[in-house]
Write a protein that binds this ligand. Sequence first.
Ligand SMILES: *Cc1c(COP(=O)(O)O)cnc(C)c1O
Length: 336
Amino acid sequence: MYSDTQTRPSSAMRKAMAEAEVGDEQRFEDPQVTLLCERVAELLGMEAAVFLPSGTMCNEIAFRLHIRPGGDEAILHRTSHPIIAEAGGPAAFAGAMMQPLDTPRGMFTGEDVRGALRYPDRYSPRSRLVSVEQSTNMAGGRVWPLSQLRGVVDVAHEHGLRLHMDGARLMNAVVASGVPAAEMTRGFDTAWLDFTKGLGAPLGAVLAGSASLIDEAWRYKQMLGGALRQAGIVAAGALYALDHNVDRLAEDHAHARVLAEGLASLDGVTLDPGEIETNIVIFEVDDPDALCAGIERHGVRMGAVGPRSVRAVTHLDVDAEGIQHAIEAVRQVLES
Ligand SMILES: *Cc1c(COP(=O)(O)O)cnc(C)c1O
């Protein structure tokens, strides 16, 4: 349970992949890739989309699309993936200056963005991009309410800023809130979906935006070596995921609530189960490393993600029995 990246392709998904009709993706001749891009563009309410090997490449290319080297600044949460987990890519690849926000729960408001804007003079970096993570990863799978997204979009537009949505777990947010994906992405210039998290495919992500931005994204896909060939083998897995693995994310969310309630009842755990909205449970203990090492001996893996924090993530390879087993493992280790 240390991440929902642990999902493995099911036999039905593998069958769909094995039987996929394929072609050269770089020549737009792979029918699975073409279909996948069309479906994701429509789902996200965008004109066009491009298939990429990973979510990280979606973020990196999007930052490169929006940021011009020369002092452009991105406003985003301090715990967001481009800051903590992309090897400094936005600085190296886009030349981005990053302004991390320290607002609660991995989310911020339009007023927070307003407060972060630079004065437009020659001394200041140029405010250029706002990036949000839906759902929040390291803040515990929180779902940005639609009104809060709209507030951020309004302030960004008022000041001519671009908007990017990291949708690694966007479908978790959609299933949890009942708000359609295209409503959440409204006003954003780029947004993407990851197929390797809860959706259960082995690799692949799709970045969507206007036709002109996606044309330009293809240059960077080429530059990074992300232009592929018979990628339909993997795109077929992603298409299978869209058809079969979206609604079932609700099960992962239910499992996360059961896990959170079970953990919260243990001595030595600090956690408010009412905070759990999707598939991520972050809780506090005195010694996260010792707990994680201890439960591993019971066959349970969670991640120590801070001096007091442990993260557990539910996904399609964790069932109700596994949740009970995990709670019991944590109980035994804490008691010993
Ligand atoms: C996993 C993740 C990414 C990166 O996706 P990869 O497909 O693993 O490269 C980006 N943003 C968030 C919020 C993530 O959780």
